[in-house]
Design a protein around this ligand. Structure first.
Ligand SMILES: Nc1nc2c(c(=O)[nH]1)N[C@H]1C(S)=C(S)[C@@H](COP(=O)(O)OP(=O)(O)OC[C@H]3O[C@@H](n4cnc5c(=O)[nH]c(N)nc54)[C@H](O)[C@@H]3O)O[C@H]1N2
Ligand SMILES: Nc1nc2c(c(=O)[nH]1)N[C@H]1C(S)=C(S)[C@@H](COP(=O)(O)OP(=O)(O)OC[C@H]3O[C@@H](n4cnc5c(=O)[nH]c(N)nc54)[C@H](O)[C@@H]3O)O[C@H]1N2
Ligand code: SF4
Ligand SMILES: [Mo]
Length: 736
């Protein structure tokens, strides 16, 4: 019951986000942007024209761009001056999109693997042969064992259209998006179980009195308009609380840095709430009006004294009290950030519930500086594949053992089913814009799953670790070469929200070589599998136009408006339609704690340190590892080692080390030590995304250490089935 409600609501709200449905366009001859008079001074870029309508996808924030074009080539990217989101600013990765576009190692033609999976030998083939092979193999498997014998691993805007084809129309339930099961799915469903809406990251940092970050490290984690909000808040004098075992870029700017013992954050949050409640320093009016089950939670967390949490979290009780007092003094204008990458320890749903409850205890909803839900444009036409009845005997049913699973199927369930063949075989695999080797814990298991497949197809822009496992490898257009999803939103600082924006992605240059867009690829496979009559749109361009028609706009109109349509917006503040479930009975009915509850995790065994990882400011996961400009900035990850630990291990700054984890897995590559008091003694830290093994990445192969290779132990979050990745421990082995 709870599960159904949750899932239905999730899908309902997710469809708001699906206003940003990705669509790709058909032909290699896509129009190469709209060339107009320069919007901004070309400066030293002489003889250039400005193409508008770019939307970045070096990460998933989708900043709006213009491109400087000379002789048909893109030479520079800039923020679109018309943008009320990122404005003229883009980050290092956004800038380096030019290098990705023209990377000589990029995929250029359809290829067939005549070697082995994992040790490929590539042979160029025609699109016809590639599409025929993909369709024939996938259809044969589905005809024999049912659609449930196919799995799809999608990510990014080019993957949504094919994902809907395989999920809705072909009918496979085995769909696993990295953004849910390895990233923010837990956050979304935990907030839904508390306030019935997923949070996004729209917490109003620009206008707040206190910014509260738990494991978010802005400045290293970069989403331009979000970082602008954060910096504006700091400029305006907001106090900053950062809870992080590491002296992160945010910790460096903080007023209070809580150097917490990893995995214990829920205890910290419960102690803050308990202190506020016991001392009547919470938002009594708000709780009475909007809260449900408050007394039950208050009674249940009574044992969480400052002293008990101090011991568990290894931080001073006085510091926990200081944080609580700061929040109480400034409530309700406090910004409790909900986080984004929250799949940490397998106890994460409870921590996210605690964050949402803390927001409720402070009444920090709907007022300036608090949790707000900015009202963006509505009414874009949805484009989707027709739905087939779901299989009864499906993994989705198994996924419902995790009653608060985000949409799709937990990745590990797909892997287990594929490897054991139980309750059914999974023999065909489609990977579209995801790199499961680098981003899903336990590589050995992922490889086992791939090895037992009868057919694996992969659609990507670069040769990466996952593309080595494809039988057929197809070259996608990049985000700079295609029409695509529509980015919508409101003014970034909420100060002047009379404005909303609608910005569809338009190509800045024509696709090179034989690269094709995902709608074309999907439709050609669909026709060959016998679904030609179900195709919803013929091309990306047609799709974008159709979506825009819902709000009486068109591509032509948007081009005339320099790539971004602006319209009057709505006040983001004001009363919210809200109930805060401090105690959630449905959770309890499904066998989970009804109030937010701390579940301890294993500590590092003697001689080992916990492996922590996070964002590098100049890379996006693994996807930028072959980018020459970004690798010139940072081509390896240092290993952060606490100074006391380093002294014990006789390690010096700059020493070269390998890492060996608790299961004896040794990093394939090495990295150098950074000695610092800015990391706890029980942990080491590396940047995620390094250590690629594909030799076709001539810039990025074997640079730095791959964190995922050392994450062999998987923690499954019971409520969601998402994967905790920070329960692995490593030894440092000095390399002479
Ligand atoms: N160990 C570890 N694992 C993690 C994380 C971590 O910090 N550490 N972070 C987690 C998080 S928060 C997330 S969101 C996920 C991200 O997980 P992924 O999305 O798997 O991450 P990427 O490394 O970006 O891999 C994406 C793949 O898409 C390809 N690609 C890029 N652009 C396009 C395009 O336009 N079309 C197509 N078809 N392909 C394209 C890239 O070349 C790459 O092969 O990883 C999660 N996993
Ligand atoms: N430059 C850049 N920016 C990005 C991305 C990128 O790839 N590159 N990816 C984007 C995406 S998809 C996501 S999801 C976000 C992810 O960004 P975040 O949500 O900020 O997640 P991580 O980078 O994984 O966060 C790592 C931080 O958590 C801390 N930490 C580790 N263990 C614990 C713990 O037990 N408790 C606490 N309190 N802290 C802990 C680490 O020390 C580190 O500072 O970044 C987005 N922004
Ligand atoms: S934050 Fe940077 S990489 Fe991400 S979309 Fe914006 S400019 Fe691109
Ligand atoms: Mo993410």
């Amino acid at each position: 019951m709870a599960m159904n409600l949750t899932r239905r609501h999730f899908l309902k709200t997710a469809s708001i986000a699906a206003a940003s449905i990705p669509l790709s366009q058909v032909v290699a001859k896509a129009e190469s942007g709209v060339v107009k008079a320069p919007l901004v001074s070309p400066g030293t870029f002489k003889n250039t024209q400005t193409a508008v309508g770019g939307v970045c996808e070096m990460c998933f924030w989708r900043c709006q761009l213009v491109g400087k074009i000379r002789d048909g080539r893109l030479i520079k990217l800039e923020g679109n001056p018309k943008s009320i989101d990122n404005g003229v600013s883009i980050c290092a990765r956004g800038n380096a999109g030019v290098k990705m576009l023209y990377d000589p190692d990029r995929l250029k033609y359809p290829m067939k693997n005549v070697g082995k999976r994992g040790a490929p030998k590539w042979q160029r083939i025609t699109w016809d042969e590639a599409l025929d092979t993909c369709a024939t193999k996938l259809k044969a498997i589905a005809d024999r064992d049912g659609a449930k014998s196919l799995a799809i691993f999608p990510h990014g805007s080019s993957a949504t259209y094919p994902m809907h084809f395989f999920e809705h129309t072909v009918g496979t339930p085995n769909v696993s998006e990295a953004s849910f099961f390895q990233c923010r799915g837990i956050r979304d469903t935990a907030y839904m179980a508390t306030i019935d809406t997923p949070p996004n990251e729209d917490v109003d940092m620009a206008n707040t009195k206190v910014i509260f970050l738990l494991g978010c490290h802005f400045g290293e984690n970069i989403h331009v308009s979000h970082v602008k909000r954060y910096l504006k808040g700091l400029e305006n004098g907001a106090k900053l609380v950062v809870v992080d075992p590491r002296y992160s870029a945010s910790a460096a700017k903080s007023d209070i840095w809580v150097q917490i013992r990893p995995g214990t954050d829920t205890a910290f949050l419960l102690a803050i709430m308990n202190y506020l409640i016991q001392n009547k320093k919470y938002n009594i009016d708000f709780v009475e009006e909007y809260g449900e089950g408050f007394e039950k939670m208050a009674a249940g967390i009574k044992g969480w004294t400052l002293e008990k949490a101090a011991q568990e979290c290894d931080v001073p009780a006085a510091q926990i009290k200081e944080v609580a007092e700061l929040l109480a003094a400034n409530m309700p204008n406090v910004a409790i950030h909900p986080g984004r990458h929250v799949s940490w320890y397998g106890n994460d749903f409870q921590r996210q519930r605690a964050l949402a409850c803390l927001t409720g205890v402070l009444g920090a909803f709907g007022v300036p500086g608090s949790f707000v839900l900015p009202k963006g444009p509505k009414g874009l036409t949805k484009i989707t594949w027709p739905k087939k009845e779901a299989h009864e005997e499906s993994l989705q049913a198994m996924a419902d053992v995790h009653h608060y699973s985000p949409p799709g199927t937990p990745t590990d369930l797909i892997r287990n089913t594929a490897i054991t063949g139980k309750p059914y075989p999974i023999k065909g695999c489609v990977i579209w814009g995801q790199n499961p080797i680098q981003t899903i814990p336990n590589q050995e298991k992922t490889i086992k799953m791939l090895e037992q497949m009868e057919f694996v197809m992969c659609v990507d822009v670069m040769p990466t670790d996952i593309t080595m496992f494809a039988d057929i490898l197809l070259p996608d257009c990049s985000y700079l070469e295609r029409y695509d999803m529509i980015k919508t939103g409101t003014q970034w600082d909420f100060a002047d929200t009379q404005q909303q924006y609608i910005a569809p992605r338009m190509p800045l240059v024509a696709p090179g070589f034989e690269r094709k867009e995902s709608i074309w690829i999907t439709n050609e496979i669909a026709k060959r599998m016998g679904y030609g009559d179900k195709i919803p749109v013929k091309s990306q361009e047609e799709g974008v136009d159709k979506m825009l028609a819902g709000v009486n706009l068109s591509i032509a109109q948007i081009k005339a408006e320099d790539g971004i349509h602006l319209q009057p917006g709505k006040d983001p503040y004001g009363e919210m339609d809200l109930t805060v479930l401090f105690y959630n009975e449905e959770l309890e009915d499904n066998g989970y704690p009804g109030i937010p509850t701390y579940i301890p995790v294993e500590r590092a065994p003697a001689g080992y340190a916990r492996l922590l990882y996070g964002r590098s400011p100049v890379h996006t996961f693994n996807r930028t590892q072959n980018n020459a400009w970004l690798m010139a900035e940072m081509d390896t990850t240092p290993v952060w080692v606490n100074d006391k630990l380093a002294a014990k291990l006789e390690l010096k700054e700059g020493d070269t080390v390998s890492l060996v984890n608790q299961d004896g897995v040794k990093s394939r590559t090495t990295a150098t030590v950074k000695v610092t008091p800015g990391i706890r003694e029980d942990s080491v830290y590396i940047y995620h995304g390094f250590g690629s093994m594909n030799p076709d990445m001539t810039v990025g192969c074997n640079k730095g250490i791959d964190d995922t290779s050392l994450i062999t132990k998987l923690a499954v979050d019971p409520e969601t089935g998402a994967h905790g990745m920070r329960n692995n421990f490593v030894k440092l082995v000095k390399v002479s």
